[in-house]
Design a protein around this ligand. Structure first.
Ligand SMILES: Cc1cc2nc3c(=O)[nH]c(=O)nc-3n(C[C@H](O)[C@H](O)[C@H](O)COP(=O)(O)OP(=O)(O)OC[C@H]3O[C@@H](n4cnc5c(N)ncnc54)[C@H](O)[C@@H]3O)c2cc1C
Ligand code: FES
Length: 292
């Protein structure tokens, strides 16, 4: 059981040859929240209680979500590993599977495989400052990390979150950001490219926010997730702040099928994003062809 839920990258009590890593586990949708016109937040609970208990993940990992009769799609886990018994997925209505999921109701059953891949190095980050930079839907995996840090806040130094969206109505998790913006243990800055009359915050690309922050380069870990075009520019800003390439972590989306290193769909250079990533440190990514 343990092995099935954790994927092939973690060994468990059950020999790998005896389990079927392609078999999805039924999960019930227990809550659905509209975040924007395109994105919804789904809370899911595995129906099998042993599987639910064995489900253990790290921030930055993903699941393969099945809508039965339609197909599967890789989706990052948005909830924190410190919250057990359920997972949250923030899903954009982008095509067949995600569109079918958006038509589901509370109580409906979907399938889950995973968790898969390598997440952010949470334990290594402890004791340090953390600078998290998200663009658009990239906040979905970073929210898991932010909430995990929140639940272990005394183990971290300064936590800075920079988040950019295209428009004010595309800012995800607004309710949570409104809360965090009033706390003094998180420095949170939001920016949008195209403001409307209601927007009172920063305007421009997320990289512009770097002028407003101080970074202690010797003591800071960076985590980046967003659209592919963003990485090059955000990494350049982190390097301008003299951050070490070895302490900058990036999460890559590649087209995936199996999620377990078998089908070859998700190659990044000589590695597979599904098992060697989706989180890579920038030092590794620099040596991978076409990674950034
Ligand atoms: C590790 C990982 C984590 C992800 N996390 C999330 C998440 O948290 N929330 C979320 O909403 N989505 C996430 N995605 C993206 C999601 O898996 C894709 O949008 C997926 O294609 C949706 O399936 P679909 O059947 O609904 O869309 P499809 O019908 O397969 O495709 C819709 C459109 O997206 C294009 N497309 C498909 N896959 C990709 C890709 N990887 N990159 C660029 N374009 C693509 C297709 O060509 C098509 O134009 C993640 C992807 C990966 C690899
Ligand atoms: S998705 Fe099949 S090898 Fe990565």
């Amino acid at each position: 059981m343990d092995t099935i839920m954790r994927g092939t990258h973690v060994s468990g009590a059950v020999p790998e040859s005896t389990v079927n890593p392609y078999r999805p586990w039924p999960a019930r949708i227990t809550s659905i929240m509209d975040l924007t016109p395109q994105e919804k937040l789904f809370e899911l609970r595995l129906i099998d209680s042993d599987a639910r208990e064995a489900f253990d993940f790290s921030a930055g990992q993903f699941v393969e979500l099945s809508v039965f009769g339609v197909g599967e799609a890789p989706i990052s886990i948005s909830s924190a590993p410190s919250k057990q018994g359920f997972i949250e997925l923030c899903v954009r209505n982008a095509g067949d599977v995600t569109g079918a999921l958006h038509r589901k109701q509370c109580g409906d059953i979907v399938g889950l495989r995973g968790p898969f891949g390598r997440g952010f190095p949470f334990e290594e980050m402890k004791g340090h400052d953390v600078l998290l930079v998200a663009g658009g839907l990239g906040i979905a995996p970073l929210k898991s990390l932010i909430n995990h840090i929140h639940d272990d806040r005394h183990d971290f130094g300064k936590v800075t979150i920079l988040y950019g969206a295209k428009k004010p109505d595309e800012v995800l998790f607004r309710y949570q950001f409104d809360m965090w913006q009033h706390r003094d243990d998180f420095d949170l800055m939001l920016t949008v490219d195209q403001p409307d009359d209601t927007w009172e915050g920063e305007v421009g690309l997320v990289t512009r926010l770097f002028d407003k922050i101080d970074v202690d380069p010797e003591n800071t870990y960076g985590a980046i997730c967003g659209p592919p075009v963003m990485y090059k520019y955000v990494i350049a800003e982190m390097r301008k702040k003299a951050m070490d390439v070895d302490r900058i972590y990036v999460s890559f989306e590649r087209r995936m099928k199996c999620g377990i290193g078998k089908c070859g769909h998700c190659g990044v250079g000589h590695q597979y994003a599904c098992v060697d990533g989706p989180v890579f440190n920038y030092w590794e990514a620099m040596n991978l062809q076409e990674a950034i």
